[in-house]
Design a protein around this ligand. Structure first.
Ligand SMILES: [Ca+2]
Ligand SMILES: [Ca+2]
Ligand SMILES: [Ca+2]
Ligand SMILES: [Ca+2]
Length: 529
């Protein structure tokens, strides 16, 4: 008996250890409108030429092999490198197209390695809508072998099932066995299906039942950020791209033309993998044309160059001043391999700053109190309808004499004269200076002693990190690069160390300002990824 179990175990191990020999389907995108895409992934350690492969659709899960040629599309004569992916997007690109010819969304189009099946009667492959089987097939002699299969073929076809969050129904495979009978909710139609990272080999045999969630994660419709890379457990260790650009706020004038450059996001990769830059969402606006019968027109004003990371205006209609002044965009850098790094950026539409006027609380131009503070404020011209503090940053000419926080609160450190500078963040080059005299500082021993504040870990994966200081902490303030405060804490007792937990929504570079009981201030940068 023991021997028998052992034998079964060994057989099991043998099966699990089966080498990855072929390409797999790593993503199935069935979004709104014509948003359709497939991603192919190479889980092997050798390049694979794709010229002997094709994609076949088994309509409504009913058609059976051999497939009619009009339901197939060939993959290109191109090597797919180990652990890299290849993205095929349905070829709908006419901006004036409507209905079945409506263009795919810009944020999907930018992720395409190729577009396929522009004409329905010639190839119907990329017209799947969530109840169709899609096969990756490979030519062997005169035959086509199934290398991987999403869904299944042969009756019964999937029935109508509920769509999560909607009162409509849709024909699709669902999350409840037997997955096609309309029980449960649809998980293949109007969803993005991402192959689980544990899957090593394709499905080569038509399954009796197709449980989509066995090998795929089902994400909401129009989730595109997994396209262009694939997380696979069998891939060699690899590090996430590092975003170098600390600039996360970009400015553009309302009169900008299509093609106007706003600046670059830059990143690097430890393995030297080539990087791709994408805007994920938020880069569109809806414009009401006044006709309640016609849906608001959707504009995507900004584009990100896939190879260079340059942010440009691609549709100036989205810059109309009555639409919005501040855009929050999520961008992402992929190494095409198995990692992806998100970055939230802000684009501000504003006329160039013409002047900044600085004033101090009470009109004071001196501090005479030991370790005294003075609040500064700025008036920016021309006036804007959004928070004007997004347009400037504070600094001082000598940080040994005084420090200033992102909100303009200055703290005296030692006697002397210091310039308080407020500078515009846009391309105007405007900067204004205010001279402040500091006297009465006695704690020269304290101020000359370097403050040591360590954030650990930094960069931080997740949202929890620790602040260790060489002095007792009075308060901790965390701001984003636009100066917006996202966190404030005063321990209320004598601590030199504090654990901070931010919400998981915060990603990117943040400024951590630690104020101590002796009024000294230490400012550090924190990267949350
Ligand atoms: Ca269908
Ligand atoms: Ca759909
Ligand atoms: Ca993917
Ligand atoms: Ca990498």
């Amino acid at each position: 008996m023991k021997k028998f179990i052992l034998l079964l175990t060994m057989l099991g191990m043998f099966h699990l250890g089966k080498a990855q020999t072929d390409l797999i389907i790593s993503e199935y995108i069935e979004g709104w409108s014509t948003n359709k895409a497939l991603e192919i992934y190479n889980p092997t350690n050798s390049p694979i030429n794709m010229s002997t492969y094709r994609l076949t659709r088994y309509s409504n899960g009913l058609e059976t092999p051999p497939a009619d040629i009009t339901w197939t599309v060939m993959l290109p004569n191109r090597n797919l490198l180990p652990y890299q992916s290849y993205v095929i997007v349905g070829d709908k690109r006419d901006p004036a197209g409507t209905g079945q010819e409506a263009p795919v969304w810009a944020q999907l189009a930018q992720r395409a390695d190729t577009f396929a099946c522009p004409i329905y009667t010639e190839s119907k492959t990329m017209y799947f809508n969530g109840n169709d089987g899609v096969a990756l097939e490979k030519k062997s002699g005169s035959e086509w072998l199934i290398v991987d299969l999403f869904g299944r073929w042969g009756a019964p076809a999937p029935e109508k099932a509920a769509i999560p969050g909607s009162s409509n129904t849709i024909e699709a495979w669902t999350d409840v066995s037997p997955y096609f009978s309309g029980l449960g909710v649809a998980v293949t139609a109007d969803h993005s299906l991402i192959r689980k990272s544990s899957v090593k080999n394709g499905v080569t045999v038509n399954p009796a039942l197709f449980n989509p969630l066995a090998e795929y994660d089902s994400l909401p419709a129009n989730t595109f950020y997994n396209l262009g890379w694939h997380k696979y457990n069998g891939a060699p260790a690899n590090s996430t791209p590092i975003i170098n650009a600390e600039k996360t706020v970009f400015f553009v004038v309302p009169t900008a033309e299509n093609g106007t450059s706003l600046g670059n996001i830059s990143a690097s990769d430890a393995e030297g993998n080539s990087l791709k830059y994408f805007i994920d969402y938020g880069n569109f606006v809806y414009v009401d044309d006044g006709n309640p019968l016609i849906p608001d027109k959707r504009y995507e004003p900004f584009g990100l160059n896939k190879s260079s990371g340059e942010l440009t205006v691609v549709n100036k209609l989205g810059l109309l001043p009555d639409i919005k002044s501040v855009f929050y965009l999520e961008t992402r850098v992929n190494d095409g391999y198995s990692q992806s790094e998100p970055l939230d950026i802000m684009v501000i539409i504003a006329s160039p700053v013409t002047a900044i006027n600085i004033s101090s609380a009470g009109g004071l131009n001196q501090i005479t109190t030991n370790q005294g503070t003075l609040q500064f404020s700025a008036e920016v011209l021309p006036a804007v309808t959004f928070d004007p503090a997004l347009q400037y940053r504070w600094k001082v000419s000598d940080e040994t004499i005084a420090t200033i926080d992102p909100k303009g609160l200055l703290t005296a450190m030692k006697n002397g004269t210091v310039n308080v500078i407020c500078e515009a963040l846009d391309q105007s080059g405007i900067s204004t200076s205010f001279e402040l005299t500091i006297t009465g500082q006695t704690s020269s021993v304290t101020t000359s002693k370097p403050i040591s504040v360590v954030l650990y870990p930094n960069p931080v994966d997740g949202s929890v990190f620790t602040i260790n200081s060489s002095k007792e902490i009075e308060s901790i303030v965390i701001s984003d690069l636009a100066g917006r405060e996202i966190y404030r804490m005063a321990p209320g007792k004598s601590l030199t160390s504090a654990e901070v937990e931010l919400g998981s929504a915060y990603k990117g570079v943040f400024i951590v300002s630690v104020k101590h009981n002796d009024n000294s201030l230490a400012v550090s940068k924190l990267l949350i990824r």
